[in-house]
Design a protein. Structure first.
Length: 496
């Protein structure tokens, strides 16, 4: 504990964002470059080095948070990097994309703003690259065993890196043309620039991991053929079966899933397209769904030059303080949060009909209406009660030339035939069934990440990837594994 009074003398200070008018004109990350380092030592000093650090329990990776807070406060960046990478393969991803359940579990958060754990993590990760602390770690010897990982999102990449470092020969199969899964085509550039992803992929290549993009297992190569060619298979395809909006007018032109819209915008940034065929430029946009994917659509539509953009959230607007009875510390509370995208839409007045920033809370879509050419032109909605039932007399109509559905995902996409070809057992909700050792009903086949857990956070995906790697290592070696297993397949976030 570098400063035993730091939590009493230093207020919380977050990584400042660039001015709204500046950042919406480009696709660079929203934070001020270089502005984190001058403040992060003092922020790390706010950590109380608790005897029982609940931030460990709130984080599925078991990050050694008080350890690296102390090292950052002492400016010992190399040892801080070692502590951070001991539990997290990709801290620059989580430092930018994770909603930080660790901060909700911070003991200081009982009666003060929490330690800026997420910012400290990001600072360590970025400093590690600058100072050469993220060098490749190829194995000293090879085991002679082979593993196929299907899917290159955070769970698949974490599993592949762990297994490669354990000495197994690993190939990662990805159906898209580039490695990264949702990190590549689902996360907008303004939230995480792809250079962070690229350098991790190059690190993994240098360690010996092999990548097979443009290969959809089940279509381009038979699942059974792949299984017979490897000693073990890890399925980490994510939960890509999106939920639908069952209302009249859903079949109108101009109504698209968020994951049809976002990848095209990312492909423009990759240089594949000059402009997105679903660009929001000059259009009245309505986003149905109040989660992070909807916010990603919001920030993207603002940058594309939408005439207006409104996000509908079926839940009522939360308060700014934790509900101590319904969501007591250290659970992750549902409170009003202003993301960078919502801040932009608020300041630019992009949603004149919204209750707060760009959101209409407690709003349920009733129907979509189109023009004579079959293109959507308006969305009819109503308010809802606390059981999400429409309230009479609360109907209103919004102009809508582009409607984006961000309603979440129900499980892995079965269209590629992977599950059917292998004969995988599925849970009633559509996810892949597995036992306490991450193994499916097919010998030698394991499942990790959202494909088995269901839609979750990036930090849980990485934890799943690390844990399934330990299970596969045990299977291949027939003995105990030296790889860490931070969670089990049935572990869940802390709730009441």
């Amino acid at each position: 504990m570098a400063d035993p009074k730091g939590f009493m003398t230093t207020p919380r200070e977050d990584w400042p964002r660039r001015p709204v008018g500046e950042r919406v004109r480009d696709w660079q990350e929203v934070h001020v470059p270089g502005a984190l380092l001058p403040i992060i030592g003092g922020q790390a000093d706010r950590c109380m080095d608790c005897g029982v650090p609940f931030c460990h329990e709130a984080c599925p990776l078991g990050n050694l948070i008080p350890d690296w807070n102390d090292l950052v406060a002492r400016e010992d960046w190399r040892r801080a990097s070692d502590r951070l990478h001991a539990t997290n393969n990709f801290p620059e991803f989580t430092g930018r994309l994770c909603p930080a359940p660790c901060e909700a579990g911070c003991v200081l958060a009982i009666n003060q703003p929490a330690v800026t754990i997420k910012n400290v993590e990001c600072a360590i990760a970025d400093r590690a690259w600058e100072e050469g602390c993220a060098a490749p770690h190829p194995p000293e010897r090879l085991s002679g065993r082979t593993v196929a990982v299907i899917g290159s999102g955070p769970a698949g990449l974490a599993a592949a890196q762990q297994l490669t470092r354990a000495g197994h020969t690993v190939a990662v199969y990805e159906r898209d043309d580039r490695i990264g899964g949702l990190l590549r085509y689902g996360i907008p550039e303004f939230k995480m620039e792809k250079r962070h992803l690229e350098r991790r992929i190059e690190q993994m290549r240098a360690e010996g991991t092999r990548f097979r993009p443009c290969t959809a297992v089940g279509r381009d190569i038979g699942a059974g053929e792949l299984r017979s060619g490897y000693d073990a298979v890890v399925i980490a395809t994510g939960a890509t079966a999106w939920r639908e909006l069952e209302v009249p007018g859903r079949d109108l032109a101009g109504v698209h899933q968020a994951m049809e819209y976002l990848p095209l915008a990312n492909r423009v940034r990759e240089g594949d397209l000059e402009a997105s065929p679903l660009s929001a430029a000059g259009k009245h946009v309505v986003i149905v769904g109040g989660g992070d994917t909807g916010a990603d659509c919001l920030g993207t539509a603002v940058r594309e030059g939408a005439a207006s953009v409104t996000q509908l959230d079926i839940y009522t607007q939360p308060g700014t303080a934790r509900d101590e009875e319904g969501e007591p510390w250290p659970t992750y509370p549902r409170v009003y949060r202003l993301s960078a995208a919502h801040e932009e839409a608020r300041d630019l007045r992009s949603a004149p009909a919204a209750d707060a920033d760009a959101r209409l809370f407690g709003a349920s879509t009733l129907r979509l209406t189109g023009d004579a050419d079959g293109h959507v032109r308006s969305l009819r909605l109503s308010g809802v009660d606390d059981r999400r039932r429409p309230l009479p007399g609360t109907g209103r109509t919004l102009p809508a030339d582009l409607v984006l559905l961000a309603l979440g995902f129900s499980g892995p996409d079965r269209a590629d035939g992977l599950a059917d070809q292998l004969g995988l057992e599925l849970e009633p909700r559509g996810t892949i069934a597995r036992d306490a050792g991450f193994a499916t009903n097919v010998p030698g086949v394991f499942a990790a990440g959202d494909a088995a857990r269901g839609q979750s956070l990036i930090v849980w995906a990485i934890a799943e990837g690390r844990a399934v790697a330990a299970a596969v290592d045990r299977h291949l070696t027939g003995g105990p594994s030296r790889l860490p297993a931070p969670i089990g397949p049935y572990d869940r976030p802390m709730t009441v």
